[in-house]
Design a protein around this ligand. Structure first.
Ligand code: ADP
Length: 355
């Protein structure tokens, strides 16, 4: 027992070191079994945990026990507060000028939206992050002067849509800033300035309403589109005039289930192809980063192009792999966890060239 404790401590120190190097961290979150999972053998729990190690989970798939090691696993009983406690240091680092990306990955129904958006009574990472950043920058006054802006957008069938615009605009384009800084920007995308806690509530309310108005079936639509909350924190130190800019991208990805293989037709098939395209583009980018290729294909999808700043170089990235706990979903769960393990082995070196 003493040895295991020591081992855990060493692992923790190692993880801290790895963190400093800027690797992609991967957390897992397993949602509770719920009524919608049905009854009978299909709804039986297929995920178990290591009593001594909160980074390991086991999946029973087709009679075999497969184990995965992530950086941390949140069990079904973990609250939104528990999850946020472990991501807040990452979030506040964008005040110091870091680019940060947190994305939720997994099949539809595994809890991505619960983790990122949550509900008004039990908000997820998006709202808590904005609240935390707002209160942190206030505590730095009067030495530092900060401004925070938020954009809310979605990518559906490779079209980028502003969710805070007065009139919904389709097909926004991503461009390089003309100032030669290498930064990206989206002409026409609303940047909503946050001056108060009320502004924060308004941003999410408005974004949510705009997402819902254009579609008849919100749940289906949201499982097939990527939802993005993009926060920019700009600061100036009053005594020196030193300026910092940090970005926080919070992404609720489209469901990762392999719809294309199940005989979908027409618009369903088109949606599935777009989802496959952008999620596999994300995989390709991560693979290129992992194998330290000089060309990283960020521009192969809107999603990866938009996230380029927060996936490469000195940025800090966290993947939250969402896991359904039940037997009937183990094939998809296995795919998600394998993808998560591949992502976890990526190192973001400072020499990563942007394509
Ligand atoms: P996804 O966005 O991946 O499609 P959702 O976030 O919509 O999945 O989650 C599916 C259902 O499970 C929702 O009813 C949600 O409230 C519930 N749920 C997901 N994760 C949790 C959790 N950690 N605790 C309680 N309920 C959860």
């Amino acid at each position: 027992r003493k040895y295991r404790k020591e081992l855990q401590l060493r692992k923790k120190c190692h993880n801290e070191l790895v963190r400093l190097k800027g690797n992609i961290r991967v957390f897992g979150r397993v949602r509770p079994i719920q009524a919608e999972d049905g009854e009978g053998p299909e709804a039986v729990g297929a995920v178990t945990f290591d009593p001594e190690d909160d980074a390991i989970l086991h999946l029973m798939h087709k009679g075999k026990l497969v184990s995965f090691e992530l950086d941390k696993v949140f069990r079904p009983e973990a609250t939104q507060e528990d999850v946020f406690r472990d991501v807040q240091a990452l979030i506040t680092s964008c005040i110091d000028g870091y680019n940060v990306c947190i994305f939720a990955y997994g099949q539809t129904g595994a809890g991505k939206t619960y983790t990122m958006e949550g509900s008004p009574e039990n908000p997820g990472i998006n709202q808590r992050a904005l609240q935390l950043l707002f209160s942190e920058v206030q505590s730095k006054a009067p030495d530092w002067n900060y401004s925070i802006t938020v954009s809310v957008a979605e990518i559906y069938n490779e079209a980028l849509r502003d969710l805070l615009g007065k009139e919904p605009q389709e097909k926004l384009e991503i461009r390089l800033c003309p100032d030669g800084s290498g930064q990206l920007y989206v002409p026409g995308l609303t940047e909503f300035p946050v001056h108060s806690v009320e502004d924060i509530n308004q941003v999410f309310e408005f974004g949510h309403i705009n997402r819902a108005t254009e579609c008849t079936y919100l749940n289906e639509h949201s499982s097939r589109s990527h939802a993005l909350v993009m926060i920019t924190v700009r600061g100036t130190e009053c005594s020196t005039g030193i300026k910092t800019t940090g970005k926080l991208n919070l992404v609720d990805l489209a469901g990762s289930e392999r719809v294309g293989r199940s005989g979908a037709e027409g618009s369903r098939l088109r949606e599935a192809q777009y989802i496959n395209k952008s999620l596999s583009a994300l995989g390709d980018v991560i693979y290129a980063l992992r194998s330290r290729q000089s060309h990283v294909p960020f521009r192969n999808s809107k999603l990866t192009y938009l996230l380029q700043d927060s996936l490469s170089g000195e940025s800090k990235t966290l993947m939250m792999v969402q896991v359904s706990p039940v037997e009937k979903n183990t094939s998809e769960t296995l795919c998600s966890l394998k993808f998560a393990e591949r992502v976890r082995s990526v190192e973001l070196g400072p020499g990563t060239r942007k394509a």
